[in-house]
Design a binder for this molecule. Structure first.
Ligand SMILES: Nc1ncnc2c1ncn2[C@@H]1O[C@H](COP(=O)(O)OP(=O)(O)OP(=O)(O)O)[C@@H](O)[C@H]1O
Length: 302
């Protein structure tokens, strides 16, 4: 990190346990996110991702530890936090009786933009997210995916320097998902925004994220660039193969998933020559071999 680079977030020794729950939701988390970084947070259900994020925007108080946003304590400077972070939660969108264009316009205006600037912002965001044709529709009449896009548009209003997005591509069809990833990549590369993304879709996220944290049981069990984490895997090669009736694979393969004869397995690089000797892969109707993906890292750690 160069001398003039700042941290967007500095999280130190964060602990959180809800009510009389025996297991902590967050247990001793410490990490930093650089200004302008695209950071992905992965982890299975209940790993503690949402709790961490809610603490980072000052919605949930930790039992112990500190969180600084550009050097400001998020709880002592709650106004600073709300004006500098755009948060898109997983929960349903609230502005149901407004039209799409009103929802975006009012959000921009409430974030301090003049009437003129808010109108311009509204038109730009609706266009960027492919919502212009729906501008006059009432929010409650939108489909789940359309609502999700609108929620993203509202989150982006006022151009907050930090975006925290909880599963932004959930419920979207493949072409809309691509549109969202392209937009986020643009906001990051062109405008230098810091993006913090929670996702279960490691394969798609891998295209955009620069560093990833993997959570399990309230702790960060892996933190690094996707390439670094992939190269740290012992089983570096992924084999996908469709088996026929009675076919069996050697037991040194680590099976990750199996569905209707389609098997995904991880193979130690050292075992690859042995595998190609033991199994005549060309006899199978379908197989692929490639280096491990971020999803393999996720499945290994989470
Ligand atoms: N308001 C709450 N009250 C009590 N327990 C909670 C509350 N919110 C979360 N928890 C518990 O804290 C733990 C972490 O939950 P959290 O929602 O942070 O996980 P997550 O990684 O975001 O999960 P998911 O991927 O399913 O959204 C879980 O055991 C959950 O049951």
């Amino acid at each position: 990190m160069s001398a003039d680079q700042r941290y967007a977030y500095e999280v130190e020794d964060l602990h959180k346990r809800y009510g009389d729950s025996t297991e902590p939701a967050n247990a001793g988390l410490s990490f930093r996110i650089e200004e302008g970084e695209f950071f992905g947070l992965l982890g299975s259900n209940g790993a503690g991702k949402t709790t961490l994020i809610k603490q980072m925007i000052g919605l949930v108080r930790p039992d112990r530890g500190s969180i600084r946003l550009f050097g400001h304590d998020v709880f002592a400077h709650s106004r600073y936090t709300t004006t500098h972070v755009g948060y898109m939660p997983q929960t349903a969108f609230a502005l149901n009786s407004l039209t799409v264009r009103e929802a975006v316009y009012f959000s921009a205006h409430l974030r301090g933009m003049s009437i003129r600037a808010a109108k311009r912002e509204r038109d730009t965001l609706l266009e960027a997210l492919g919502l212009t044709a729906l501008a006059r529709k009432v929010v409650r009449q939108l489909s789940g995916g359309e609502r999700r896009l609108l929620q993203l548009a509202v989150t982006l209003t006022g151009a907050p320097p930090v975006l925290i997005l909880d599963e932004p591509t959930n419920e979207l069809d493949p072409s809309r998902r691509r549109q969202v990833w392209d937009l986020l990549r643009d906001l990051h590369q062109r405008d230098g925004r810091t993006v913090i993304l929670i996702t279960h879709n490691a394969i798609e996220a891998e295209q955009v994220i620069e560093r990833v944290g993997i959570m399990r049981e309230g702790e960060l069990v892996a933190l690094g660039a996707p390439a670094e984490l992939k190269s740290s895997l012992r089983s570096r090669v992924r084999l996908t193969i469709t088996l026929g009736e009675g076919d069996v694979l050697p037991d040194y393969l680590r099976i990750q998933s199996e569905h209707r004869g389609r098997v995904v397995a991880l193979v130690d690089s050292a075992d690859l020559p042995r595998l190609t000797k033991d199994v005549d892969l060309t006899r199978f109707p379908e197989f692929t071999i490639h280096t491990a993906t971020l999803e393999d890292v996720y499945v290994t750690y989470a």
